[in-house]
Design a protein around this ligand. Sequence first.
Ligand code: C2O
Ligand code: CU
Length: 466
Amino acid sequence: MRSSLAGAALILMALTLLGCGEETPEGASPDPWEAVELPRAKDLDPSPGVFELELEAGVGKARYVAAGTTPVWTYNGTSPGPLIELAVGDRLKAHFSNALPEETTVHWHGLRIPAAMDGTMAMQNPTQPGGTFEYEFVVKDAGLFWFHPHVRSDEQVEKGLYAPIVVRGPNEPSADREVVWMLDDVALEADGSRPEYLDDESKMLGRHGDTLLVNGVVSPTVEVQAGELLRMRLVNAANGRFFNLAMSGQTFRVIGSDGGFVPKPYDTDRVLIAPGERYDVMLVVSAEPGEKLELTNEPYERGHGTAEDPPMRVATLRISKQPALEGRVLPAAFPDIEKLPAQAVDFPIVLNEAMVGADMAFTVNGKAFPDVATLSVPNGSLRVLGVSNESEMDHPFHLHGFFFQVLAKNGMPMGADTLANKDTIIVPAKGSLDLIARFDEPGMWMYHCHILEHAEGGMAGLIQVE
Ligand code: C2O
Ligand code: CU
């Protein structure tokens, strides 16, 4: 749950009623929507086209369980931090200050911005405790993005340092309700405190916890109306957990992913979101007044027997007693996006695990970062990364600064219907993806696995765009 005090009080009430992770008793009132919404960042600059904010990373507390509080790291006092809402072409100015006990940076995941603003240590010195940094850039693309630190990211993100950015464009579909949900999980002791250690399983699969969070709220229950057209914009902010979402027999229409809308929306009853990925889905709520729909995380085999994990409740949608809304229609198409031409692999990138010295490392081409050879690309060129995964588990591959498109999966060319701009994608265990990108912004850019323990454990590399 968010660490904001008003929210905390409301949710504490709700939690005491519900008990964590248990069935919602009939008749208990749902959480107010506001309790599950993130605070919105306020624009300090009245001029149109410029969004200016003070952004402070700091230390706080959240109340996830009734028995006690949990230490969290926050942006502007809450975990997740505030939602930043922009329009395409806006200039964002973030006056960042670091009130943490250690150095940090802000990485703007998915935004195509100058490398100097990207928040990696390849491009900036980390901001020391008490220090400041000015981030300023123009946002080019509509979509859902997020920001988080890029220093000791496995620990800093796990502590709750992240927040979403929505960039709206000219083709937004209408909806009765739009939500931005950041999904995460935390490991908690009964009194709410956190085990801080990194055990072998967390090292292997990324830190995991049995408490699921939606915008910092433990398994919320909210109320919707039958027939309502709902748009859910989802970010997986967990270190290691894959979310494989289903909702009591409902069908989701996927309208977009990391880099904005997809030209051909498609229907699915499962939305699989790896750490770092985003999905933009819509549904017409198909249920009777008084019913309940459970949003659950279904088992998914990402390696090491994870398909054995039981389903878990992420949230509950209670259908209000109001008569059903009529005539809501899901969007069927969005404008085309430029399809990058197929070409041969330029850079093979082999992901694996290996012993490096006495330690297990996560490797790229047999080396652990920073010993991975830097790739070099002339500015403006198209290049294909042939990413193959020789390990026993999936790795969500993330490229900074550029969108990519999938040309081929396991050597088979992709159909035109799947065209999407992505920045993070699952490379399945023992599988491969050919990813093409136009490298049109100079600087030093990172790519890495978005299981942050893997990234910090060596599965990362650099691309120098000259
Ligand atoms: Cu969201 Cu380099 O990461
Ligand atoms: Cu990985």
